[in-house]
Design a protein around this ligand. Structure first.
Ligand SMILES: [Zn+2]
Ligand SMILES: [Zn+2]
Length: 349
């Protein structure tokens, strides 16, 4: 079968012919419906080195936001029907620590000794015609479209986790949420905030098209420039926002999120650009929390799938055949995608 393989550090992935995998005990073989191209894949093939960790040592097949249809089950696996559609929960923890048994494999306590970080990040992912996944990582999609669902596994789960963790700050009337960075995750964040809270949503970006999309999704948009913090504070009546979500994560966006926050607000940095945050007692709002998040839990992916099946979150996608998968990665690397690229290995079948 064809697959997109991360073959070596600092090397663009290749499209190659590999063996079709066989499910082991407790595993399932999926016929891949969709595999989303995520910006963290670019970090993997452009930035990773042996020092990044043995869990992400090449070679392996990329694709950590995937969906597919049951093709075959391994020994000991029951309760699945061939052809049923599932979303794949990516993180692969040890399976037995306190975090893993709670479905929080993204925060596995034994991460340092695990073989892989996730399906598609260390072990073979879904950028292929078929993939093998542990049966417990499957989230049912029912009759919802599995191809458009693929990005939910990361591009919706990550903002969902950040927003759900911030809900105590957004419960009640008269609350304000700020979304910084209106790419795929930021746009889905607006949909999730609308579905889960009654907060007024303020969104910032530099691209007019992204701002227009956010406005159409129900956000008040503020252009990202030197006046943005003053403009955001004015919308909130001077008080500041109750929760801010930074999907960029560079020093200036983190600083803007902190400065736009109310007393007791929460700033969640989701973007992995590595920006440094500053703190000083005098200028920052009192009792403001600053936190980073990584992906989300398995129960949360079930909740994301429920929102998708209800039509409350809809990822914007553009599809690519397996033969054009590398084009999608080139466009992603060059910043030329405005929607999530989803590779559809069985397009037209
Ligand atoms: Zn990702
Ligand atoms: Zn664990």
């Amino acid at each position: 079968m064809k697959a997109v393989v991360f073959e070596d550090y600092k090397t663009f992935p290749s499209l190659k012919e590999v063996d079709k995998p066989t499910p082991g005990p407790g595993e399932v073989l999926l016929k891949v419906a969709g595999a989303g191209c995520c910006h963290s894949d670019v970090s993997v093939f452009r930035d990773y080195t042996p020092e990044t960790g043995k869990q992400t040592k090449p070679p392996f097949i990329l694709g950590h936001e995937t969906s597919g249809w049951i093709e075959e089950v391994g020994t000991g696996v029951t309760g699945f029907k061939k052809g049923d559609a599932y979303l794949v929960y990516g993180p692969t923890g040890c399976g037995h620590c306190k975090r893993c048994v709670a479905g929080e494999e993204n925060y596995c306590e034994n991460r340092a000794t695990n073989k892989s970080l996730a399906i598609g990040l260390g072990r073979d992912g879904g950028m292929a015609e078929y993939m093998v996944v542990p049966a417990r990582n499957l989230v049912p999609l029912g009759d919802a479209d599995p191809i458009a669902a693929a990005p939910l596994a990361d591009a919706a789960l990550t903002p969902y986790h950040a927003i759900k963790a911030a809900l105590p700050h957004l419960n009640g009337g008269g609350k304000y949420a700020l979304v910084i960075g209106l790419g795929g995750l930021g746009q889905i964040a607006i949909q999730i905030l609308k579905a889960l809270t009654g907060a007024t949503i303020i969104a910032t970006d530099m691209k007019p098209e992204a701002m227009a999309k956010a406005e159409a999704n129900g956000a008040i948009v503020v252009p990202s420039d030197e006046n943005e913090v003053a403009a955001i504070r004015e919308i909130t009546g001077g008080r500041g926002v109750d929760a801010a979500f930074d999907f960029v994560g560079i020093a200036p966006t983190i600083a803007a999120a902190q400065a736009a926050g109310a007393t007791g607000s929460r700033v969640t940095v989701v973007g992995i650009a590595g920006g440094k945050a500053e703190f000083d007692w005098y200028s920052k709002p009192s009792e403001q929390e600053l936190m980073g998040v990584y992906w989300g839990s398995m129960p949360e992916l079930h909740e994301v799938a429920a929102l998708y099946r209800q039509g409350l979150i809809t990822p914007e996608i553009e599809t690519y055949s397996m033969d054009n998968a590398l084009d999608a990665y080139h466009k992603l690397t060059d910043g030329k995608l405005s929607k999530r690229a989803v590779v559809v290995p069985h397009m037209g079948e």
